[in-house]
Write a protein that binds this ligand. Structure first.
Ligand code: NAD
Ligand code: TDX
Length: 335
């Protein structure tokens, strides 16, 4: 039985990954979830697994070596999801991004070097490549990150690689495109627009709404990470994508249409600073190993939108109080 140290496991993708592991391996896996519980960490995401004997939650910071060290020592596999993850926040206040995304990754890598682990998965992002107008980025392309978020992720990505080259640590780096699904904090495009529409509030579209993202259902991302644990080569980078490139305005239309809400909710606002026009990754490398996403975009989007319709109690709390104040002050957006 393998012990996984999942960092950032109370966040969106981390909590989906923990659910994925228990659904797939049940009692044949042990999971330690190390999470600082920032605004984005939410233990409600894990209520249904919290009483399992093979699950343990540790509240702590990946930047704190004293906390990290014994947990890494216990683990066979480290999957590092912990990060500050929202581009808009990185524009307003980059400090925490450099601290967690770069320094925190360093602390985890150091502990892994000291104790040795079977695998260290660094969850990077397609944003490290920067924007591309035509074609798609391959893993060997240069990195030109353009926000403090993506630059900090690029730093962690290359730092993880350096631990493979220098110390022979069993590192695998993944660069996934935009995820969607349940438990995503309602500051990101899809949950923000769905929940605003449900409340008949306007949908703040940056610029002309024609920026393109490739969307992947979060379960497929989890499945790809699990696949790479078995089939990925150490020291390698793997792009992961859904093959669903859409303009933001197309996502907006899909949401409004599904919820039977009017076009008048669309509100074009000032563009994000340094807003990347298009992300696109070439997924040939992981496909050649035998992995492709299993979910169809429209179906997965419908079930995701429906999940937010059915879980108002989950997101309602997050969209009140502190969150509301933060958004008003920083983005001057209606929530
Ligand atoms: P999220 O913001 O929902 O969750 C991040 C989690 O990390 C939270 O639970 C938070 O409490 C925790 N955390 C933050 N700082 C920490 C610290 N110092 N120590 C311990 N825990 C800390 O993010 P997400 O969308 O689930 O993204 C998870 C990872 O996947 C990130 O590394 C992100 O860069 C990467 N990624 C995300 C996407 C996407 O579309 N969301 C796409 C590609 C890659
Ligand atoms: O209010 C909004 N209005 C809007 O037009 C928000 C929040 C977003 N947008 C646009 C900006 C982007 O073009 O929608 C697109 C998606 O925005 P986000 O949901 O903020 O995601 P993005 O900036 O693409 O980054 C996401 O994907 C890659 C994640 O947040 C990152 O963690 C991941 O690495």
């Amino acid at each position: 039985m393998k012990t996984y140290l999942v960092t950032g496991g109370a966040g969106f993708i981390g909590s989906n990954f923990i659910h994925y592991l228990f659904e797939k391996y049940d009692d044949d896996v042990c999971v330690i979830n190390l999470d600082k519980l920032t605004y984005a960490g939410n233990l409600e995401n894990l209520i249904d697994v919290e009483t399992r004997e093979n699950y343990r939650f540790v509240k702590g910071d990946i930047c704190d070596a004293k906390t990290v060290d014994p947990l890494v020592q216990e683990a066979d596999i480290v999957v590092n999801f912990a990060a500050e993850s929202h581009v808009d926040r990185s524009i307003g206040a980059p400090d925490a991004f450099i601290q967690t995304d770069v320094y925190g990754t360093f602390i985890l890598l150091e502990a892994a070097r000291k104790h040795g682990v079977e695998k260290f998965i660094q969850i990077s992002t397609d944003e490290v490549y920067g924007s591309i107008i035509d074609g798609s980025f391959k893993e060997t392309d240069i990195l030109e990150p353009s926000s403090p978020y993506s630059a900090s992720k690029a730093g962690a990505d290359r730092l993880a690689y350096s631990y493979f080259v220098t110390y022979g640590l069993a590192v695998i780096i993944t660069r996934c495109s935009n995820n969607f699904g349940p438990y995503q904090y309602p500051e990101k495009l899809i949950p923000l627009f769905v929940t605003n529409a449900l409340e008949d509030k306007s949908l703040p579209i940056y610029g002309d709404g024609k920026n393109v993202r490739d969307w992947i259902y979060v379960r497929d991302h989890c499945d790809a990470v699990d696949f790479l644990l078995g089939h990925g080569a150490h020291g390698q980078v793997y792009n992961i994508g859904g093959g669903n490139e859409r303009m933001n305005i197309q996502i907006t239309d899909l949401i409004l249409h599904y919820l039977h809400k009017p076009d008048s909710l669309k509100n074009y606002i000032q563009d994000r600073l340094g807003h990347d026009r298009r992300y696109s990754v070439d997924t040939g490398k992981i496909a050649a190993l035998g992995w492709t996403p299993g979910h169809k975009f429209e179906q997965a989007m419908h079930s995701t939108i429906q999940w937010y319709v059915d879980h108002k109690a989950w997101w309602g709390k997050l969209k009140s109080g502190e969150y509301k104040e933060f958004y008003k002050a920083n983005y001057k957006k209606e929530l």
